[in-house]
Design a protein around this ligand. Structure first.
Ligand SMILES: [Mg+2]
Length: 256
């Protein structure tokens, strides 16, 4: 992956989780809660990831398998489209901002690429969606149609306990420019692998915030991408150091 802004000072790259961060609702959670094991069982597994060392990969594999046991993959895609998942109210303005400034932006997700592409295309239009770099897990289909019981998540990094180690994409940029400032936006436990490597983390969800607090990782809470844009803009303009964006759950270091 090539950097586009190495001449900029400071060089910045932005990464974001997709489900529940760029969108108001997590499409995986929607499927698991409504079509698979249900919310209670999902939360029990996530608590085991957070507190008992269960690899996120195994938790997520089991969650998706519970959906796949009941529904075909095409049925899942259709149900997620019907779920009326909405874009974060500030995302479009944020995306236009980073594009105008030549700041690389990458979606890094533990979700499955075909579902993410479908949702992004619906939300911002297929042409714009095709310009966004998406690095995600994929889907494994074991028969011709992905019928119930014949599909599952195909992990990008099957040997990693995260299934998709989001740090790899961030480290790739850092390898090209060790001084680059990397922003990562996320909300859930699938973002744990990225939380430590990024210069700044923004957590809008309780799970990632709880992880950062437990591991003593500084982060800046945010409510929407309008706030993220303000933070990135302030660092870009030299009004604040990225390391000073560390207000925890309350966020709000940049107020205007
Ligand atoms: Mg998420």
């Amino acid at each position: 992956m090539q950097l586009h802004s190495l001449s900029r000072s400071p060089a910045i790259a932005c990464f974001s989780d997709f489900d529940g961060t760029v969108t108001d609702e997590d499409s995986n959670d929607f499927m698991i809660d409504n079509m698979g094991m249900g919310r209670l069982a999902r939360r029990e597994l996530l608590l085991k990831v957070l507190n008992e060392g269960l690899p996120f990969r195994e938790a997520f594999r089991a969650m998706i398998a519970s959906v796949a046991a009941n529904y075909s993959f095409p049925e899942c895609c259709a149900k997620v489209k019907e779920a009326n998942i909405k874009l974060d109210p500030g995302f479009k303005a944020f995306y236009e901002f980073v594009r105008a400034k030549g700041i690389p932006f990458v979606l890094i997700s533990s979700g499955m690429t075909p579902i993410i592409r479908s949702i992004v295309g619906t939300l911002i239009g297929k042409e714009e969606a095709s310009k966004i770099t998406i690095i995600a897990n994929d889907v494994d289909i074991w028969d011709e149609s992905g019928s119930a019981g014949n599909w599952g998540v195909k992990f990008r990094h099957p040997d990693s306990p995260f299934g998709h180690d989001k740090d790899v994409a961030i480290s790739d940029f850092k390898a090209q420019d060790p001084n680059i400032i990397t922003f990562f936006c996320g909300d859930g436990l699938s973002d744990m692998s990225a939380a430590r490597s990024a210069t700044m983390r923004e957590g809008s969800g309780d799970d990632l915030a709880a992880h950062c607090e437990k591991e003593d990782i500084p982060f800046e809470g945010f409510r929407n991408f309008h706030e993220v844009r303000k933070s990135v803009e302030a660092v870009l303009d030299g009004r604040i150091q990225a390391s000073d964006l560390c207000a925890g759950r309350a966020g709000g270091t940049i107020v205007s």
